[in-house]
Each structure stands twice: as C-alpha cells, then as structure tokens.
Design a protein around this ligand. Structure first.
Ligand SMILES: [Zn+2]
Length: 175
C-alpha cells in the first residue's frame, strides 16, 4: 500500500467529469487500498478518486474516524459508480475539502439523500444518509462530476475565495 498525494485546486483532473468503472480488477483493488491508506493518513472522512488523479467514479468514506477507540471504527466503505437517487430537506453547514486545504465555508446541501452504487466486491449498495453523511455523499459525488464546493458558492463568496487564493499564492511565491 502507498500513501498518495492529494491533488489541490486548480489541478485539471479535479475539474473533469469522471468516467464509469466498468471492471473491478486487481489494479482497481490496489488503487482502493492506496486510497484508504491515504484517507487514514490525513485523516479525512472521505476521498474521491479524482483527488488522487484517477478520473473514475469511485469514492471511499469512513464516518467512524472520529472514534478514538480503533475497535469502535467500522472501517472504510467503498462506493463505485455512485448515484444519488433521492434527496430531501435542506441543510446549511460548514464544509471543507482536502483539495482546498485551510478553507471552510457554509454550503447549502440536501439534508437527506439516498445513495446507490456498488461495493468493491461488485455487490449493490443502498444507503440513506442524513446530516453530515448526506453532506459527504453530495460532496464526493460532486468531486466525480468535476464540481468543487466553490462552484456551490454565491458569486460574492466566490470572489472572496479567489482573492484569498491569489493572496496565498503570492505569499507562497507560486503565482
Ligand atoms: Zn473535497
């Protein structure tokens, strides 16, 4: 297993719509293991394949990572070709993204969503998420559609974000 680099905005692969997974083979299983190791190294709650440079429709998550007791953790879940089949309600909460480090902002999301996809064994998954889990599903599916949380901002918030980004890039000498 290997820890991969998490790509940062504005890396082009983050802005592309990812392709469907057609085959769950050994190479894909290895990539999934590497993604899990990378997520746990951060540690983060969720990671989508484009964030490590793979333009495929896949994400992993583990909502139990905040548990201090390792045995209370449920282990990572892998969702391949995910789709939100139903959503309801509204939720305004702060959100962050591993590809936009150090930046948190209120993003409007559905409060409850039904997610469908397949797991790494090819079995069908159906999960209903509420609150933070529903937010994570929407955030990760946005990633595989090439959409970032900043695309969900109002134009005013977007302006502020780009101004901050420019300032930071100037300080880092990378602009
Ligand atoms: Zn993200």
């Amino acid at each position: 297993m290997a820890i991969m680099e998490i790509l940062k905005y504005p890396e082009p692969v983050l802005l592309c719509k990812a392709g469907m997974v057609h085959q769950i083979d050994g190479a894909l299983q290895k990539r999934i293991d590497d993604m899990i190791e990378t997520l746990y190294a951060v540690p983060g709650l969720g990671l989508a394949a484009p964030q490590v440079g793979d333009s495929i429709r896949l994400f992993i998550y583990d909502m139990s990572l905040h548990e201090k007791e390792v045995k209370a953790r449920k282990g990572p879940l892998v969702v391949i070709n995910p789709e939100i089949v139903a959503m309801e309600g509204e939720d305004l909460s702060e959100e962050g993204c591993l590809s936009i480090p150090g930046y948190q902002e209120i993003v409007k999301r559905a409060y409850r969503v039904q997610l469908q996809g397949i797991d790494r064994e090819g079995k069908e998954i159906r999960v209903i998420g509420e609150g933070l889990l529903a937010r994570l599903f929407q955030h990760e599916i946005d990633h595989i559609n090439g959409v970032l949380m900043i695309d969900r901002f109002s134009s005013l918030k977007k302006d502020i974000f780009f101004r901050k980004l420019k300032k930071k890039a100037k300080q880092d000498g990378s602009f």
